[in-house]
Design a protein around this ligand. Structure first.
Ligand SMILES: Nc1nc2c(ncn2[C@@H]2O[C@H](COP(=O)(O)OP(=O)(O)OP(=O)(O)O)[C@@H](O)[C@H]2O)c(=O)[nH]1
Length: 322
């Protein structure tokens, strides 16, 4: 990085630079004439970029990595081309420039100290207008990037809460949301019910028909659940062949009726495309529990689980209430 002269003695034109486009060149020329021009070789880093100053690219190209000094860099790197500048914000808020600036090829830069930048703004309001345009463009770009990241983050968050095989919510979702639903029901006094279900003799099913058919049976059972529930209910794959339905605002009588309907729909569900195989292709056992006063999510699950165990003990393919 070396100083190679001043703007006044160079062949560069004021109007060719985005920052000065449309501004009164005659007023700007005397202010710009003594501004230094520095030359960078490819890979050179602007070492004094921490000061509140602007660099206008006259030739070459820069790579600018945002906010490296604070360690908050989000990996955003932008390319700055001839006519464009970097450091406007540092100049406007008189803060140190926190970007790391590297030359992508041999480049020449015009250096504008903060004080001079303000003199340029005072001398020609075209400079202020261009700066505003530039900043508004940068803000829009940053907002768009943030929205994109948020969406992506939300997408991955949701993916991590959904079971890949059945598309039902998974255990991570349950761990996050059931305590919240329980706390809200306890606070408002609204009922909350839980149905736990387990496909019957699923080991035998897998052994007889193979694991792939077993997976297909799990997907079919999940579809039975999602197809039969209200939009306000949640279906969860609790683990293996065990599933759960969370029914906010639902008392135990209604939950028992819902479980009865699900039990019937499991018997009616078609797993095998071979029409010669008589129904039921699968059956499930159900345990129902409603949230009791002072109960937490773990106690509620235990209570539904105990009812499910009794349904299995009593011969399967049925509903028991805890
Ligand atoms: N195909 C398939 N099988 C699974 C999956 N997760 C768990 N299983 C099987 O589910 C079976 C569960 O067997 P058990 O817990 O013995 O229960 P069961 O045979 O259903 O017997 P009961 O519950 O008493 O009616 C095991 O054979 C597991 O391998 C899965 O994602 N896909």
């Amino acid at each position: 990085m070396k100083a190679i002269g001043t703007f006044g003695t160079s062949a560069y034109q004021i109007q060719a630079l985005q920052l000065f486009r449309g501004a009164d060149s005659l007023r700007l020329a005397p202010l710009l004439k003594d501004c230094p021009i520095i030359q960078l070789e490819q890979g050179d880093v602007v070492t004094d970029a921490q000061r509140a100053r602007m660099y206008v690219v006259l030739r070459g190209a820069l790579s600018v990595a945002a906010d490296t000094r604070t360690g908050m860099s989000d990996g955003t790197i932008s390319k700055v081309l001839p006519g464009e500048s970097v450091g406007e914000q540092a100049v406007l808020d008189e803060e140190a420039n926190q970007a790391s600036i590297t030359a992508l090829e041999q480049s020449e830069l015009l250096v504008l100290e903060a004080e001079l930048a303000w003199q340029l703004i005072d001398a020609a309001n075209g400079v202020a207008r261009n700066l505003l345009r530039l900043l508004s463009f940068r803000i829009r770009a940053a907002n768009a990037m943030m929205r994109k990241r948020q969406k992506l983050g939300e997408f991955y968050r949701q993916m991590s809460m959904v079971d890949g095989l059945t598309n039902l919510y998974n255990r991570a979702w349950l761990n996050d949301f059931l305590p919240q639903l329980v706390a809200s029901a306890q606070a408002t006094g609204q009922p909350l019910s839980l149905i736990m279900l387990d496909i019957d003799h699923f080991k035998k099913f897998n052994d007889s028909h193979g694991h792939l058919q077993g997976d297909h049976a799990l997907r079919t059972a999940a579809q039975v659940l999602t197809g039969a529930l209200r939009p306000t209910d949640f279906a969860v794959r609790y683990g293996g062949e065990e599933m759960m339905v969370v029914l906010p605002d639902t008392n135990v009588q209604v939950a028992e009726a819902v479980a009865g309907r699900l039990c019937q729909r499991m018997r009616d569900a078609v797993v095998f495309s071979d029409m010669r195989l008589p129904l039921p292709h699968i059956t499930s056992s159900f345990g129902v529990a409603a949230l009791a006063d002072g109960q937490d999510d773990i106690a509620l699950i235990a209570s539904a689980d105990a009812a499910l165990y009794r349904a299995k003990e009593a011969g399967r393919n049925r509903v028991m209430v805890g």
